[in-house]
Write a protein that binds this ligand. Structure first.
Ligand code: NAI
Length: 248
């Protein structure tokens, strides 16, 4: 792709599976060139092939967000190669659950590092190219856990709550430059992350959620698509909860 491509560029982290994969496919079908970021090159290539088979454009980038500096350097490189960055979706995330009294410093710091620090790094790197283009959409995937807390997830809840504050701050610092920043807080969505919770929790959720089911990754992707679209241009600093009514 040349430096002057008219096609808008979206970066999606954690695009190898689950919610990130669905977001990447949706943004590609919306007409974005999608930079797919995750750790597993083989899985990323499968997603790229599916996007291309549907007539979309994507390329793959292996990056471990836990490594300080790597994500920022990747964004700099993408800007040099593609000439523009329009949308950044910080979707990648991890859990390392445990009750607080037993949670190690390492488990706390690792989750904060991947789920919050790397997002700061990515937003800071993407902000300059977005300012140059006088257009940008930053979308951070938080969680209802970041809004309400959750026993056994002190690290994850703190990181996800941090994303809400980070997102509002970006909205305030960069609004005058044409950049919006929003968060999406999913409830229980059917992915590998929730499969690990087991059948019992699933049954409990299905009883308590007003819509009586887990959400699908595509339902988060549609919310991202709206916030990235021209029609979403006056929404900034918000956290959109997509949880089947769990927290209402
Ligand atoms: P998942 O576990 O299926 O996928 C996570 C993705 O993040 C994978 O592509 C993985 O490779 C990537 N990733 C993790 N650590 C990484 C690292 N160090 N460097 C690069 N990539 C890394 O998760 P799922 O369910 O698709 O979740 C996506 C996002 O949505 C996460 O931020 C998660 O916290 C959030 N979320 C998910 C919910 C759910 O019910 N599935 C509920 C609320 C929030």
């Amino acid at each position: 792709m040349s430096n002057d491509t008219p096609q808008k560029v979206a970066i999606v982290t954690g695009a190898s599976r689950g919610i990130g994969q669905a977001i990447a496919k949706k943004l590609a079908s919306d007409g974005f060139h999608v930079a797919l970021v995750a750790r597993d090159q083989e899985k990323l290539v499968l997603v790229q092939k599916e996007i291309e088979a549907d007539g979309g454009n994507a390329n793959t980038h292996v990056c471990d967000l836990a490594q300080r500096g790597d994500f920022g350097a990747l964004i700099d490189q993408l800007y040099a190669d593609l000439g523009r960055i329009d949308v950044l979706v910080n979707n990648a995330g991890m859990t390392r659950d445990g009750l607080m009294l037993r949670m190690s410093d390492e488990d706390f710091e690792d989750v904060i590092n991947v789920n919050l620090r790397s997002v700061f790094e990515g937003c800071r790197a993407a902000a300059r190219p977005m300012m140059r283009g006088r257009f940008g959409r930053i979308i951070n995937i938080t969680s209802v856990t970041g809004l309400s807390g959750n026993a056994g997830q002190a690290n994850y809840a703190a990181a996800k709550a941090g994303l809400v504050g980070l997102t509002k701050t970006i909205a305030k610092e960069f609004g005058s430059k044409g950049i919006t920043a929003n968060a999406i807080a999913p409830g229980f969505i059917e992915t590998d992350m929730t499969a690990a919770l087991g059948e019992e929790i699933r049954k409990g959720v299905e009883k308590s959620v007003p819509l009586r089911r887990y959400g699908q990754p595509e339902e988060i992707a549609c919310a991202v698509s709206f916030l990235a679209s021209d029609g979403g241009g006056y929404v900034t600093g918000q956290t959109l909860i997509v949880d089947g009514g769990l927290t209402c």
